[in-house]
Design a protein around this ligand. Structure first.
Ligand code: NDP
Ligand code: HSE
Length: 441
């Protein structure tokens, strides 16, 4: 049988890995797919560089539309990134009846609804295993492996760049900017690294997982997003002293508690995680996703979430899937977002005010009588119960002290109100640092 003909759009970090791994492992991949898979055409703006990578194995062009227009191409891989030209090309490929494989989480988190609907209409597949947690097959795990379960929550370290930065800063005492440059050189960071640092990339991935876990549309615009750029070194240190590590987590959680609105929490922010949890010990650019589900309990998926060949591994897994499924009935394939399109849920994404979690607070306070009593009084009035208190000499002067408070779970709205009252106290000398805490148990 003639090999499946693939067109590759963008041969940068992931594109190159995809091309090389596919060529290197072609025999084994053919045995698994039941048919050869061949990248026959490559489009990239830098045709000279692309030609160097592909040699005589594929035709190189500068205009990606040429790949889509080629009737011999069965599958288009989009590895350009972003929402601009990538969206136009993906939509054009769908309209041309091509199956699409992409690693572009930004595109799917923001425009997924439109893209999946178009693909459904045209009877083609959009595969995106590489879009979440790079080489970890988390989409397959959620969509197929855990299909028997009601997913309770997902908490993931799903951005390699920020995890790398946090790890290197903690372990080696390196400066933020220096570590970021290393992450960029290693090919982990996005074209715009503020997407990594400010939590946007993790929120794209959490959005995609929330859709698959709960059968809701992708709603990136409703996600709460907070990155690591405002983290202070002393909070990383204090957290360690209290038995926690700070991680940037992407969280999707079904909430159905008495007294709260039923819905989905969708949030990305730095979190204190107990050091004894496996996920707290995921270091460097590694990713890990923890899933709590009713039948299977807790499962943890760990691996490389970024980089050329780890991401290529997921892209090629999708190529094999498409190759196997190309002959299957389009209406009975595994649905893009796990649930059948006519069985989607309208569960709302909850506002941050409705989120229930626990907190780490660091206050710089005047070292005088009665301060602690006033602060704990405000917390008590807001029905916020204290878990632990730590007092450490402040760095600036002898008249001030750092006060670290860990709380039990409460409503974010109550915490916001309490923080506003505490901040207004004359003896509170600097903006309060608040980091949310997830026990993950
Ligand atoms: P790169 O920037 O390394 O590669 C993108 C390539 O696309 C470049 O070679 C670029 O050329 C080319 N390109 C840009 N515009 C066009 C166009 N109009 N037509 C054809 N080619 C074009 O990005 P990555 O490989 O890192 O990322 C690709 C995708 O994979 C992104 O969506 C990213 O978010 C995702 N991803 C990346 C991971 C990683 O570890 N890097 C991991 C998981 C997902 P030029 O350089 O000349 O502009
Ligand atoms: N910039 C992303 C990261 C690449 O650092 O995790 C993988 O999606």
């Amino acid at each position: 049988m003639k090999p499946i003909q693939v067109g590759l759009l963008g041969i940068g970090t992931v594109g190159r890995g995809t091309f090389e791994v596919l060529l290197r492992n072609q025999e084994e991949i053919k045995r698994r797919a039941g048919r050869g898979i061949e990248i026959a055409m490559v489009a990239d703006l830098d045709t000279a560089r692309a030609q160097q990578v592909v040699g005589h194995h594929a035709k190189v062009v500068s205009n990606a539309q040429e790949v889509i227009d080629n009737p011999d191409i069965d599958i288009v891989i989009e590895l350009i990134g972003g929402y601009g030209i990538a969206k136009q090309l993906v939509m054009a490929a769908i309209e041309a009846g091509k199956h699409v494989v992409t690693a572009n989480k930004a595109l799917l988190a923001v425009h997924g609804t439109e893209i999946f609907a178009a693909a459904h209409r045209r009877g083609v597949m959009i595969c995106f295993e590489a879009a979440v947690a790079g080489g970890i097959p988390i989409i397959k795990a959620l969509r197929e492996g855990l299909t028997a379960n009601r997913i309770e929550w997902i908490a993931g370290i799903i951005n390699g760049t920020t995890n790398f930065i946090l790890s290197e800063m903690r372990d080696k005492g390196l400066a933020f900017d220096e570590v970021l440059k290393q992450a960029q050189a290693l090919g982990y960071a996005e074209a715009d690294p503020t997407f990594d640092i400010e939590g946007v990339d993790a929120a794209h991935k959490a959005t995609i997982m929330s859709a698959i876990a709960y059968g809701i549309p992708v709603q990136f615009e409703k996600a709460y997003v907070e990155g690591i750029s405002k983290l202070h070194a002393q909070d990383i240190r204090y957290a360690e002293q209290l038995g926690y590590r700070i991680k940037l987590l992407g969280i999707a959680k079904r909430v159905n508690a008495v007294g709260t609105r039923e819905g989905i929490e969708l949030r990305v922010h730095p979190c204190l995680v107990p050091t004894k949890r496996l996920i707290a010990n995921v270091e460097g650019a590694m990713n890990a996703v923890m899933i709590q589900a009713d039948a299977v309990g807790t499962t943890l998926y760990y691996g490389k979430g970024a980089g050329s060949e780890p991401t290529a591994s997921a892209v090629i897994a999708d190529l094999v899937d498409v190759t196997r499924l190309m002959t299957a009935d389009p209406l009975n394939r595994v649905p893009h977002l796990a649930f059948q399109p006519d069985s989607m849920s309208d569960l709302p994404i909850l506002s941050m005010d409705e989120v229930r979690t626990s907190y780490y607070l660091r206050l710089v306070v005047a070292d005088e009588a009665g301060v602690l009593a006033k602060i704990t009084g405000i917390l008590a009035q807001a029905e916020i119960s204290i878990d632990a208190v730590l007092q450490r000499p402040g760095s600036e002067s002898k008249q001030e002290t750092d006060l670290i408070i860990l709380t039990h779970t409460c409503l974010e709205a109550h915490m916001n109100a309490a923080m506003a009252s505490i901040q207004a106290l004359k003896s509170v000398l600097a903006p309060i640092v608040r980091i949310r805490k997830e026990e993950l148990s």
